[in-house]
Design a protein around this ligand. Structure first.
Ligand code: ASP
Length: 445
């Protein structure tokens, strides 16, 4: 492996909207050329140019599905050809892509897997980009191995690392796909080009993973709820994980692990505002950037349910919580949180797991635990206040609860993780937006 952990190179992943048209591609080129260390480029497939457009990846799935039932796929295929040849022409690349597309049309008619079809969006886009930038094209089907669980296989670090060894070259590694152990093309789940970017950064021992998208970094709260929330300058991997889990959409779920394990920072940037520094995701906050708000952000979700079981002297009954969680396990229901007091314990689950099984599950809890009280709240919203500094800062909880009390919002549950990275409060769904606004106003100035 080219284990140049101290490397200087930057991996730049560009999302679908950054590559949707020749005009966007020109911005991408200017970004790449502005910094000589931007050596490894990971493109998505072209995304939507406007609201009426369809993403190339969606068109590819459509074609494959139609072909698999012997239906006509000429219309979506025509759109794919038009997009790629349009980009090729507008950029003045010596034409070659039509030939690839023609071969692919024949393959589709013969029958290809959905993964193979979908991967062609990134593949063809990568070929065009490599030709235009005079970069080396690396086919991930040769060097990114995806395990049967859909997650990257560690052999990839060596395989791809060797291909990326020449530090003076520029490389294009298409996102979203690799191969399985048997050599068949396989994709990550949707949005998976983020994962490829992280894999390339890890394999190359890059100094930085830049993820170029269409927003100037991450915001401290959902802009649909809080007016003009502040951007996050710097945030830790752990904070991002908590925020993303609570609904803040950031990177693909699996994109953080490869870089986090070796401490490569991630920088979320905006292709349409390249001078904006965006948000840096790091292992530890730099001294210069102590959250002057004491928190990284606020995120939340509706759609949870809470089961509360009360029993006198529960604390002396060995295995009580074990048996309660056993009922959930036995029914295949994952739980999110499990706050407890001396004589009661609650479990919070996503409501979608319960649906029409509520009575059945409550009945089983009654039989198994013989509780004095059993309470079910079908609808609860959870809000996470996240920040590494919270553990060292007294008074944050007081501000949160004070703000909610001032606005007359009833708190249904409170949970603070042992890591003190977050405080979770549960409120009625109708109080959710108001609660987020009150908490944000109290903690962020
Ligand atoms: N093109 C793929 C998708 O639409 C992967 C990506 O864009 O990250 O999901």
């Amino acid at each position: 492996m080219s284990d140049s952990r101290q490397g200087q190179r930057i991996v730049c992943k560009f999302g679908g909207s950054s590559l949707a048209s020749a005009q966007q591609l020109r911005k991408v080129r200017a970004i790449i050329e502005a910094n000589d260390q931007r050596r490894i480029i990971v493109p998505s497939a072209p995304g939507k140019r406007d609201g009426r457009d369809t993403k190339i990846t969606d068109l590819l799935y459509l074609c494959q599905h139609a072909a698999s039932v012997d239906a006509d796929f000429s219309e979506p295929f025509r759109q794919i050809v038009e997009r790629f040849t349009g980009i090729e022409t507008e950029l003045g690349i010596t034409p070659f892509i039509a030939e690839h597309l023609e071969r692919f049309r024949a393959d589709l008619a013969d029958g290809v897997s959905p993964d193979y079809a979908a991967s062609r969006g990134e593949h063809f886009n990568g070929l065009l980009l490599a030709a235009w930038l005079d970069a080396d094209f690396i086919d991930p089907a040769e060097c990114i191995v995806i395990g049967s669980n859909g997650v990257v296989d560690p052999h990839t670090w060596n395989l791809l690392g060797e291909r990326l060894a020449a530090e003076d070259r520029r490389f294009v590694v298409p996102g979203f796909y690799g191969r399985d152990a048997a050599g068949h093309v396989r994709t990550f789940s949707r949005g998976g080009s983020d994962v490829t970017g992280a894999i390339a950064a890890r394999a190359a021992g890059a100094a930085l993973y830049e993820n170029w998208t269409d927003v100037s970094g991450l915001l401290m709260a959902d802009p649909r709820i809080v007016e003009h929330p502040r951007p996050m300058e710097e945030v830790t991997y752990a904070e991002i994980r908590e925020l993303a889990y609570m609904g803040a959409s950031v990177l693909h779920d699996e994109a953080m692990a490869p870089v986090r394990e070796v401490g490569i920072p991630v920088n979320i940037r905006n292709t349409n505002a390249p001078d904006h520094p965006g948000t840096r995701i790091v292992a530890r906050l730099s001294d210069a950037v102590i959250h002057n708000t004491q928190i990284a952000g606020v995120a939340g979700k509706t759609g949870f349910s809470m089961i509360t079981v009360g029993k006198n002297l529960m604390n002396r009954e060995v295995g009580f919580v074990y048996r309660l969680l056993g009922v959930l396990e036995h029914n295949g229901i994952p739980f999110e949180h499990c706050p407890s007091s001396i004589d009661s314990v609650s479990v919070i689950v996503e409501s979608r797991w319960l649906e029409d099984r509520v009575e059945e599950i409550l009945g089983e809890i009654r039989r198994t635990l013989e509780p004095d009280d059993l309470d079910f709240v079908p609808d609860i919203a959870l809000i996470a206040i996240v920040g590494e500094d919270m553990a060292r800062t007294p008074g944050i909880a007081a501000k949160v609860f004070g703000a909610l009390a001032n606005d007359g919002i009833n708190i249904r549950l409170i949970n603070q993780g042992a890591s003190e990275l977050n405080i979770i409060v549960g409120v009625a769904p109708e109080d959710y937006p108001g609660a987020v606004r009150a908490i944000y106003a109290a903690l962020v100035h």
